[in-house]
Ligand binder design. Structure first.
Ligand code: C2E
Ligand code: CA
Ligand code: CA
Ligand code: CA
Length: 279
């Protein structure tokens, strides 16, 4: 038999065992999380950089498990995707986000947009369009206030069915954005063929705009690209006044990030609306 190098034994380290154990534990708990009502949505404000006003929010999933505590999306979203659990969980997110946004509108606050993340598994599910239609109808949410965040990974394989699906989503009246723009591997050609409304600049580029000339070049290029294609552009992960100032000077339309606010629980978001706080 061929002699194996020491690196071939890396799968058997105790750390790996613990990692897969934790995975199994999370996967098991995740199967019951919906029916046990353990999920909650947080909302992170999105602001118009010119007017300084809150114009929207991104719904972000949180999982409060009785023993594991608050489990961050980084630890369970990929497991939910691999197991397909993201499909029912994502449907719950869509319905809850729309219902909450409509409730705030009905309470008399300025009408805001709510952005919801859609995973590739949901995009491929057979009843996506029917599901969206049902949520809009049941919650009474006007479709123009719903924005669906997609990632470039959706467009990597065979793009023809994707184009068709995007057009059917657009036909419902919702808007579509590309999340984490610039981090995927797909070609830019889809931008001219797909009915996209918004590009979201990934926070990895925003993080160093005031220090790294390459990231500056990427961010200003994305803003120019978006505007040339008549798309709006939003920067995520804005943490400092310097970053915001840079984005403002370069004509970025909207911002989202800890500089203004972290994702907030319902009550805190409502408090923000009541105070009418802005940039
Ligand atoms: P994402 O869609 O790119 O969401 C933005 C993430 O950046 C959020 O992390 C948010 O809390 C974080 N963030 C916002 N502003 C800042 C900032 O100024 N600095 C830093 N360092 N981070 C900031 P979160 O909530 O942990 O979510 C992580 C990822 O999990 C999301 O990335 C998204 O891919 C996924 N996710 C969250 N909720 C859902 C969901 O309902 N459905 C699906 N499919 N994925 C979701
Ligand atoms: Ca997102
Ligand atoms: Ca993002
Ligand atoms: Ca991201």
């Amino acid at each position: 038999a061929k002699k194996l190098g020491r690196n071939n034994f890396q799968f058997y380290t105790p750390a790996m065992n613990e990692e897969s154990l934790e995975r199994v534990r999370i996967e098991g708990a995740l199967r019951n999380a919906l029916e046990r009502d353990e999920f909650v949505l947080y909302y992170q404000p999105q602001l118009d950089i010119k007017t300084g006003k809150v114009v929207g929010m991104e719904a972000l999933l949180r999982w409060q498990h009785p023993e594991l505590g608050m489990v961050p999306p980084g630890r369970f979203i990929s497991i939910a995707e691999e197991t397909g659990l993201i499909v029912p969980i994502g449907a719950w997110v869509m319905r809850t986000a729309c219902a909450q946004n409509k409730a705030w509108q009905d309470a008399g606050f300025d009408k805001l947009r709510v952005a919801v993340n859609l995973s590739a598994r949901q995009f491929g599910a057979p009843d996506l369009i029917e599901g969206l239609e049902a949520v809009l109808k049941d919650t009474g949410m006007e479709p123009k206030y719903l924005e669906i965040e997609l990632t470039e990974s959706l467009f990597m394989s065979d793009i023809t069915p994707a184009v068709d699906l995007l057009h059917r989503m657009k036909a419902l009246g919702v808007s579509l954005s590309i999340d984490d723009f610039g981090t995927g591997y797909s070609s830019l050609s889809y931008l001219s063929r797909f009915p996209i409304d918004v590009l979201k600049i990934d926070r990895s580029f925003v993080a160093d705009i005031t220090r790294d000339a390459n990231d500056e070049a990427i961010v200003t290029s994305i803003i120019a690209l978006a505007h040339n294609l008549k798309l709006a552009v939003i920067a995520e992960g804005v943490e400092t006044a310097e970053q915001l100032d840079y984005l403002r000077r370069h004509g970025c339309d909207e911002m989202q990030g800890y500089y203004f606010s972290r994702p907030l629980a319902n009550a805190q978001f409502e408090q923000l609306l009541r105070e009418g706080r802005g940039l």
